[in-house]
Design a protein around this ligand. Structure first.
Ligand SMILES: NC(=O)c1ccc[n+]([C@@H]2O[C@H](COP(=O)([O-])OP(=O)(O)OC[C@H]3O[C@@H](n4cnc5c(N)ncnc54)[C@H](O)[C@@H]3O)[C@@H](O)[C@H]2O)c1
Length: 313
């Protein structure tokens, strides 16, 4: 077993293994990659490495790709299936972290925390009224792991929770236990005071939140995106924020990443973070342990518990 880590993923879980090659910038260095890939039997990546057939061709001994995170946009699962390479990911392991940042962004926008901080550090004392979350309606777009983690935290706010997700059942006991009422997209957009996005990027979700969708939302509403940047048409959002069609936004993910903030730089009702919703010390340590356990299982020929491709053992 030769474990090759080519992005910034490390910690005690990996340190406990032998035969680990840690080259955190190799994803960006073709020459180094071509030297290291032929020996690798396990490859650990975050979201910067494009795992395509071209990369797989350079790694003839590879048996498993371990993704430190949950998004699979950078991994060609079909190509891995064809190459008989298992793919595992830390599914659900960062959901709590995402839920907490979702609330953090919502509170920051609703209570003007960022604006107040900037005012205070430039000598102002402007006491603007904020908005409460309690007693309002919260809409979830996507009802998977991060949406459920958000709903769990929202229980203390005593509000109504709506959810849109064509792939879940309205009577799913897990959603019912979290008081998530599954409904259609239009109802979520028109009825919610807070809307948070928890869907992956796909043909169906790209620009799901466009000018028309933003028009249908309440002018007092706040939108939070912790899913994928492609889901919101950012130009339409910037316009909706500038013209106060909606009240505010918190964006952890962007259409282009890394991204500059020029589109939103003159707006005071938006808060930006650099795709960190899932990144906490705790989530990284949970994810690393999942990946290490899966790699060990793979080479012990045991069933994988976090496989996302066709290869399950
Ligand atoms: N910002 C971050 O740091 C961060 C961290 C974790 C996850 N994410 C991203 O958030 C997204 C959701 O993560 P998750 O862990 O909740 O995933 P998940 O797979 O548990 O849930 C995603 C949900 O989206 C639903 N969905 C898919 N297509 C849809 C559509 N067209 N309309 C409505 N719902 C649809 C699925 O049915 C599923 O229930 C992923 O893209 C993931 O990469 C971002």
């Amino acid at each position: 077993m030769s474990i090759l880590i080519i992005e910034d993923v490390f910690g005690p879980a990996f340190a406990a293994l032998t035969d680990v090659v840690y080259e955190p910038t190799a994803f960006n260095d073709q020459e180094l990659l071509e030297k290291l890939l032929p020996n690798a039997t396990a490859l650990v990546v975050r979201n910067r490495t494009q795992v395509t057939s071209s990369l797989l061709n350079k790694a003839p001994n590879l048996k498993i790709v371990a993704r430190a995170g949950v998004g699979l946009d950078n991994i060609d699962i079909d190509a891995c299936n064809q190459a008989n390479v298992a793919v595992v990911a830390g599914l659900g392991a960062n959901a709590i972290s995402v839920g907490e940042l979702t609330l953090g962004l919502a509170l920051t926008v609703a209570r003007n925390i960022s604006m107040h901080h900037q005012g205070m550090t430039s000598g102002k004392w402007d006491r603007l009224a904020g908005t409460e979350i309690s007693g309002k309606t919260w809409g979830l777009i996507g009802c998977g792991a991060t949406a459920k983690a958000t709903a769990k935290l929202l229980q203390g706010f005593d509000l109504d929770i709506l959810g849109f997700d064509p792939f879940v059942k309205a009577d799913d006991p897990k959603l019912k236990a979290l008081n998530i009422q599954v409904t259609d997209l239009n109802s979520v957009l028109t009825r919610s005071d807070f809307v948070s996005i928890h869907v992956p990027a796909s043909k169906e979700t790209t620009h799901l939140i466009n000018e028309q969708a933003l028009d249908s939302m309440k002018s007092s509403s706040i939108i939070i995106n912790v899913g994928r940047g492609e889901v919101i048409d950012e130009a339409a959002l910037a316009k909706a924020l500038a013209t106060k069609k909606i009240a505010g936004a918190g964006l952890d993910v962007r259409e282009q990443e890394p991204s500059d903030s020029s589109l939103f730089k003159d707006l005071t009702n938006v808060v930006l973070t650099p795709h960190v919703a899932g990144i906490t010390k705790e989530s990284q340590s949970r994810i690393n342990q999942i990946l290490v356990d899966e790699i060990v299982r793979k080479f012990a020929n045991q069933p994988l518990q976090y496989a996302v491709g066709k290869i399950k053992q």
